[in-house]
Write a protein that binds this ligand. Structure first.
Ligand code: PMP
Length: 444
């Protein structure tokens, strides 16, 4: 009997025994192609020698030093590497242990910044529906996923939620992309004005929505307009790139493709590539200086901030990406992957949309292509597909549709950056068999 409290009670999971490049291997020796990198985590695959060596070396040298007393070489060097790549004026890095912690830190820093800046009334956060920002209470409050929030809603801070920029489901037939983007962004200005601009501290969004919509980028111009609105009203822009950052979309940061920079940026997953639990919050010099010249102390902290082994692992991850030009590779192999997904599944009777960037792709599953009507969530289509694909030896991340029928079931694909062209064929044929098994044209 297992004494581990699993995510799904009553589940009977195989034991992952080892990793080999893009594959996970269970205790029976069965190999699974990691088509979603867990949940967009394992960007370097599972047996990267440089990263594992860096972890061993750091553990031998120094396993832990509390950030109340010391900084360390790996933390300093990793921060320098991130800032060298970061967009806009991002200039300081706060290391945490994962995505939720990065988002919690961002929300608290936004609030503290306004207090230090003499605007203590600014306490409202605006985020978007169908978003996911983590499972701790602040991050959960920010997220707009009704199912995840439901039981905990009495515990959550009040956050306004505007519509996501979700062209497939929300653009009107007679609307241009630009007009749709402007309409979606206008909701932010309307909400700021409704709350009162002097009450709003920040707007939080994922540039490419991962876990709740399945790799949905905004339409061109949307984020430029969002940036303008935030600037006009002194509202901080926090971008959550926990899933879509760190090269996943073919740019180091997803917002690079939108041509904007946030005031605060959250990253995690690909930063440690699964080798160590690590996340980070990056902020501008202006925000840092307000705190430094005010109370001089960010009123936040965790024991494992800037953990030496985690920062050493992430430093090796970034070095590996750089030395092997993995981000240009994501763009190149990502284009081949997209073409393969489109040619195999683009015309499938139950595939409504294939969208994404780089090596970050979502497949939206619908009961009817023409009307875009989602499956009844009771049919658990995404979960059944996950199971069928898993049986085939392919890991893909399922996301169930919402009960209100606004978002359909979808699958997320986020394979390692080292994926090869023959492996693209492996993914499409395994996924094709899984689709045939769960959604044969007869089941239409
Ligand atoms: N933000 C986003 C966009 C995420 O996708 C996730 C994780 N799926 C989180 C935050 C939370 O990260 P973690 O699970 O590491 O706490």
């Amino acid at each position: 009997m297992s004494h581990v409290f699993p995510r799904h009670c009553h589940s009977d999971l195989p034991r992952a025994a080892s990793g080999d490049g893009c594959y996970l291997i269970d205790q029976t020796g069965k190999r699974y192609f990691d088509g979603s990198g867990g949940a967009a985590v394992s960007c370097l695959g599972h047996s990267n020698a440089r990263v594992t060596q860096a972890i061993k070396d750091q553990a031998d040298q120094l396993a832990f030093a509390h950030t109340g007393f010391f900084t360390t070489d790996p933390a300093e060097e990793l921060a320098d590497m991130l800032i060298a790549e970061a967009p806009g004026d991002l200039d300081r890095v706060y290391f945490v242990s994962g995505g939720s912690e990065a988002v919690e830190a961002a929300i608290k820093l936004a609030r503290q910044y306004h207090i230090e800046n003499g605007q203590p009334k600014r306490r409202h956060l605006i985020a978007r529906r169908q978003s996911y920002h983590g499972n701790t209470l602040g991050a959960l409050a920010a997220g707009g996923n009704a199912w995840r929030r439901a039981q905990f809603s009495p515990l959550l801070i009040d956050v306004s939620h505007i519509s996501p920029c979700y062209e497939y489901a929300e653009r009107h037939d007679d609307e241009t992309l630009a007009a749709y983007g402007a309409r979606a962004a206008q909701e932010l200005e309307d909400e700021i004005l409704r709350l009162g601009p002097d009450q709003v501290m920040a707007f939080l969004a994922e540039p490419v929505v991962g876990a709740t919509l399945g790799a949905v980028p905004a339409v061109e111009g949307y984020f430029a307009r969002i940036r303008e609105i935030c600037d006009r009203y002194g509202v901080l822009l926090i971008l959550d790139e926990v899933m879509c950052g760190m090269g996943r979309t073919g740019h180091m940061f997803a917002c690079d493709a939108d041509g904007i920079a946030p005031d605060i940026l959250c990253i995690a997953k690909g930063l440690g590539a699964g080798y160590q639990p690590i996340g980070a919050m990056l902020c501008t010099r202006g925000i840092y200086d307000a705190v430094a010249s005010g109370t001089g102390f960010f009123q936040h902290g965790h024991t494992y901030l800037g953990h030496p082994i985690a920062t050493a692992a992430a430093r090796a991850v970034l070095q590996e990406m750089k030395d092997n030009a993995l981000i240009p590779r994501v763009r190149q192999i990502g284009a081949t992957f997209e073409a393969a997904l489109q040619s195999h599944f683009g015309q499938h009777a139950h595939v409504g949309d294939i969208r994404g960037r780089g090596l970050f792709w979502g497949i939206e599953l619908v009961a009817e292509r023409e009307t875009r009507i989602p499956f009844d969530p009771a049919h658990r289509v995404a979960n059944r597909l996950k199971k069928a694909a898993f049986n085939e030896g392919l890991i893909c991340y399922p996301m169930p549709g919402t009960r209100d029928g606004k978002v359909g079931d979808h699958l997320l694909l986020a394979p390692p950056f080292i994926m090869t062209e023959p492996q693209i064929d492996e993914v499409t044929s395994k996924l094709g068999r899984a689709l045939d098994c769960v959604l044969s044209p007869k089941s239409a």
